[in-house]
Design a binder for this molecule. Sequence first.
Ligand SMILES: Cc1cc2nc3c(=O)[nH]c(=O)nc-3n(C[C@H](O)[C@H](O)[C@H](O)COP(=O)(O)OP(=O)(O)OC[C@H]3O[C@@H](n4cnc5c(N)ncnc54)[C@H](O)[C@@H]3O)c2cc1C
Ligand code: SF4
Ligand code: SF4
Ligand code: SF4
Length: 403
Amino acid sequence: MHCTRDRDLMIQIEDKRRCCGCEACRQACPKECIRLEHDAEGFGYPVVDQERCIECHRCEQVCPFMKQDEPREPRAVYAACATNEELRGASSSGGLFTLLAEEMIGRGGVVFGARFDETWSVCHDYTETLEGLAPFRGSKYLQSRIGDSYRQAEHFLREGRPVLFSGTPCQIKGLTYYLGHNYDNLATVDVVCHGVPSPMVWQRYLTTTLRAQPDEVAGITFRDKSVSGWRRYDFVAQMATSTGGGSVRQFYGDNIYMQGFLHDLYLRPSCHACMAKGGRSQSDLTLGDYWGVERTCPDLERALDGDRGTSVVLVHSERGATLLAGAACRYQATNYASALTGNPSIEQSAKEPPQRQTFFERIDEEPLSSLIARLTATPWHKRLWRRLHHRAHLIKMRARRLL
Ligand SMILES: Cc1cc2nc3c(=O)[nH]c(=O)nc-3n(C[C@H](O)[C@H](O)[C@H](O)COP(=O)(O)OP(=O)(O)OC[C@H]3O[C@@H](n4cnc5c(N)ncnc54)[C@H](O)[C@@H]3O)c2cc1C
Ligand code: SF4
Ligand code: SF4
Ligand code: SF4
């Protein structure tokens, strides 16, 4: 149990690996007496105002960590991508999220997803329009604040509106427990999830490494495919015209924030012991990158001009299958084993590296970029090989475009 009972009832986080920060407890509390406090690593945890608590147990009932869910194998697996190449290029994988969301908006529905806020942190929000989907498009590699989105979704569901809720598996599991009721008008989509980095580390990266205040940034794309393609994507920060414009573009292997993320230096502790992966979130569909699609579906890969992005789509329910059937995509049925081979994050949690502790102990002592570089150190010959390989890749991409 991650929470003990003080005065017999309140949630208290003893083991940080057993709180994903979904805020289901805070949103469910009838007395509004739970607030989120951020720890030194920059992750939020619930704290109860014991004076105002009426000991109703609601916070415990909705917490997704209070019950163990069995893993589920998907009932169908597809390699798929949007037929609209522009949309495919603007999305992190094959653009399936937007297709599903468009389908929902077309039915008069409401779509929830993660967008940047005015400080370039990430929060959950909803839209009822096609134009409103753009901010949700693309992966943002830091934890999204869920805010009051479970309450808002419940409100729309009770009105009878169709709702599509997207997020990480633990956010979907939190929603499911919060609602505690199987609404026919709700569809949920989660992403294959490696883990979520600390929003505090991301803000530090922006202000100290990129040396940009929030109002000096005009756009962030964690996975830009336009120059290097889907597999060897770039991190891009677009600067505001008021500060001279221009942009920072870096191959993800050279971007220090992405390197720290991919070496698991600053993931949320719960991501090292995830309780929502492997179909345990109760989502209708799971979307990810179909790594290894060139081996599993070589014909599809050739037909699709592969380096623009292909999604793996795991179908968990009839509702998911119906939603997918309405999406304008090209697809091929495959099998779960092949999807897992290229993408162990579907089931496995990232192991906590020993350097994680050092990272947070030293974060106030050393410049962020040199700290990450030191803790993710790759020998010089590997770095050189990686650079040469990337150069060769760029030349190949340019030649392909000229043909
Ligand atoms: C933190 C994170 C880790 C991931 N790790 C993996 C992985 O290890 N392997 C893999 O195959 N795929 C991973 N993905 C998923 C992948 O990057 C794509 O998001 C997914 O394949 C959907 O792509 P798309 O082209 O269909 O749509 P896109 O338009 O690219 O995806 C948008 C969707 O992602 C959601 N989203 C974006 N950022 C966040 C966030 N911070 N928190 C919650 N939801 C968010 C949006 O709400 C929307 O539903 C990860 C995504 C995130 C956000
Ligand atoms: S027991 Fe009830 S009142 Fe007390 S914190 Fe939990 S939800 Fe709120
Ligand atoms: S409901 Fe969510 S935020 Fe609250 S204790 Fe449980 S996991 Fe943590
Ligand atoms: S790895 Fe698990 S706990 Fe971490 S964000 Fe993803 S779903 Fe949530």
